[in-house]
Design a protein. Structure first.
Length: 658
């Protein structure tokens, strides 16, 4: 539960107004135009969304009802309408711009491949037909565990084309994480690759799939389709495995779309929760597609001549919304990148912007901070004059990094859209509009038209200007998650808790209004860590540590601020042996870090592991994580500790952190 008021100590008075020349050509050219749209949503909520859905989405069967709230919070949008997401992304462009480049793919080694809309359509149809030949049909779940590539976009689009529900698993996740998601989704197939290249290294993928299936519980899997990317030798199960090139051989180049109702699940994307079990965030087809299109046009001010680059992996929602669906539905040319920003050197991003003449660049504050550290003056060595909009995503950006991005990358002329949104929201919720909104470094500014955001205290009352509290969304919106896959009660409890009247969507972030009504995101209010833009549940990491039954008796995980990754993971561990020191402690730390990397993935490895004889607990047995957070940050503990069963442990843990 949040405090009644969360105070923001950060004051920011710098304001950057859109240039008149930019605003004149923008989709939303002024704050007056923004207020007009927002006012339309206030005066006629359903009329506003209905108008936009008819104008921006192609319907096979038009909807007659915009919003069904009869079973709130399980809202339905446009549910009697029929459409297909892949059809919206590909088919209209076959007539209007078949030879326009859809994807510019740059491999880790720098090799560039371009594919037109006509060719992309053919590839998607062939893969869709290939999936059907393996018995995959509408509503089946398909796990996609592939590298960044043209093929991964084709795979997602092919699933959408036949009405199969895809669930992309980030290629950095472990076999165990993959197994858990296969089981939870009840998937019938895995689409993978022999391996991937990142930073000049080959990283295997197919062996992790083999390991996941060998763990058991994955009997629903009938096919493993393998894209030959690295050419490395892989184990082969003739009953399950098929090479992608063999699957595509001879397949027809046309596949009629499977029409689905607007509420049909387009995908499930797993995100960590505050319990050990990952949450399958379920998104619909119609409402989600509408919002990715609108935010492309509003927030990124999409123009037909744009070369759009979202650097996010498709394993995260940003890659879904702003690589696989939004840009293609708008008919954009987009960049897809296999590698990492600092290979072969820290100029990689800037060279790619120069070479491909990127106009819109969307990346994470973590990447920005890494690039500042690796070479803060490097962007000036490249021609970045093609850029017209910069964007950030994944976590709040600190004002200093914002200013560097603005001045060094954008040359002081590119508006920055600092976007706040979540896996659950489907697309941007709070963001500047580049032609309209005066921006403040570190602030996501205002809610987009049709999004009713507020900051409230623990009773659900708005805190007003100049104060902080808990961020909520007061009305449903088309791209919102529909449920947690297979767990509707958890959905209600997590996102529509009774503490907030059961009516407001609880974002789980703390935020504050400044005196001008600008929103500043202040970080998570629950036990979910944001590491390099990735949300990781503390409970999931704790569960992984405790799964090492040979060494670990108990564990608690918290975050501490980190200049590079946003938050660093700190684990407090009680071992089954005496508390170690010196080289023995270092050896066990390394062993446990590697253990977590195998259980969950390298991204979840704790930065620090500290050992204690026990953990600070209340008499009822609850671990006091807020005290551990204070210790991890090096803060003096000012909270009341009289409820602790073992207050002396605090001093031991404080000493262990030094």
């Amino acid at each position: 539960m949040a405090n009644k008021s969360i105070e923001s100590v950060l004051q920011e008075n710098r304001v950057f107004t859109p240039s008149k020349s930019f605003a004149a050509k923008a989709a939303i050219p002024s704050m007056e135009a923004y207020r007009k749209l927002a006012g339309e949503a206030e005066q006629d909520f359903e009329g506003f969304w209905g108008r936009l859905a008819r104008e921006h989405v192609l319907w096979h069967r038009p909807f007659t009802r915009v919003l069904d709230e009869s079973n709130a919070p399980f809202f339905k949008w446009f549910h009697d309408g029929e459409l297909n997401a892949s059809y919206n992304c590909l088919d209209p462009h076959l007539k209007s711009q078949p030879d326009k480049v859809a994807i510019i793919f740059e491999a880790d080694d720098g090799k560039v491949t371009k594919i037109t809309y006509k060719a992309l359509y053919r590839r998607v149809c062939m893969m869709a037909n290939g999936l059907k030949s393996r018995g995959i049909k509408k509503s089946d779940r398909v796990i996609i565990y592939m590298p960044m590539s043209i093929e991964v976009v084709v795979a997602m689009q092919a699933c959408a084309r036949i009405g199969a529900i895809h669930s992309v698993v980030f290629g950095g996740f472990s076999a165990k994480s993959l197994q858990e998601r296969i089981i939870d989704a009840g998937a019938v197939a895995v689409l993978t690759a022999d391996g991937q290249f990142r930073g000049g290294r080959e990283i295997p993928l197919k062996p992790a799939v083999d390991e996941a299936l060998a763990m058991g519980g994955c009997e629903t899997i009938k096919s493993v389709v393998v894209y030959k990317r690295t050419g490395t030798v892989v184990q082969w199960n003739a009953k399950l495995d098929v090479w992608l090139h063999d699957l595509l051989n001879g397949q027809p180049e046309v596949c009629e779309p499977t029409w689905v109702d607007a509420e049909h699940p387009l995908f499930i994307l797993y995100t960590s929760g505050s319990t050990g079990k990952p949450k399958g965030i379920q998104h619909s087809t119609g409402g989600y597609l509408l919002w990715t299109i609108l935010t492309m046009k509003w927030v990124f001010d999409y123009k037909p001549a744009d070369v759009f680059w979202c650097t996010a992996d498709v394993g995260w929602v940003t890659g879904h919304s702003y690589t696989t669906y939004g840009p293609l539905a708008c008919g954009a040319t987009e960049i897809v990148f296999e590698g990492v920003p600092v290979y072969p050197d820290a100029g990689r991003f800037w060279k790619m912007i120069q070479d491909h003449k990127a106009t819109v660049f969307y990346t994470a504050p973590t990447a920005i901070r890494s690039l500042i550290k690796a070479g803060g003056t490097l962007p000036k060595q490249y021609d970045l004059s093609s850029l017209r909009i910069l964007g950030t995503v994944g976590e709040p950006i600190n004002p200093e990094a914002w200013m560097w991005y603005h001045e060094t990358v954008g040359g002081g002329r590119c508006p920055i859209v600092d976007t706040w949104w979540q896996t659950e929201t489907g697309g941007h919720m709070i963001s500047p509009l580049p032609g309209a909104t005066p921006t403040k470094p570190g602030s996501a500014t205002f809610a987009l038209p049709g999004i009713f955001a507020d900051i409230v205290d623990e009773t659900g009352r708005s805190v007003g200007k100049g104060k902080g509290g808990v961020l909520v969304i007061k009305k449903p919106w088309p791209a919102m998650l529909r449920t947690i896959w297979g767990d509707p009660e958890r959905y209600k409890k997590t996102y529509y808790p009774e503490d907030y009247k059961g009516q407001y969507y609880l974002a789980g972030d703390g935020a504050s209004f400044d005196e001008d009504g600008y929103i500043r995101i202040m970080g998570r209010i629950d036990d979910v860590l944001n590491v390099s833009g990735h949300r990781l549940g503390t409970m999931e990491i704790e569960s992984a540590l405790v799964a090492n039954t040979r060494l670990v008796a108990e564990a608690a995980v918290v975050g501490r601020p980190d200049d590079l990754t946003g938050e660093a993971i700190v684990a407090f561990v009680v071992l089954k042996q005496a508390r170690p020191n010196g080289s023995e402690a270092k050896r066990i730390v390394k062993e446990l870090q590697d253990w977590v990397g195998k259980e969950i993935g390298p991204i979840a490895k704790p930065r620090d592991i500290r050992f204690g004889d026990n953990l600070p607990k209340t008499r009822s047995g609850k671990i006091m994580r807020r005290l551990l957070r204070s210790i991890a940050k090096g803060e003096e503990i000012t909270q009341d500790v009289t409820t602790l069963e073992n207050p002396a442990i605090l001093q031991q843990l404080r000493e262990s952190i030094n």
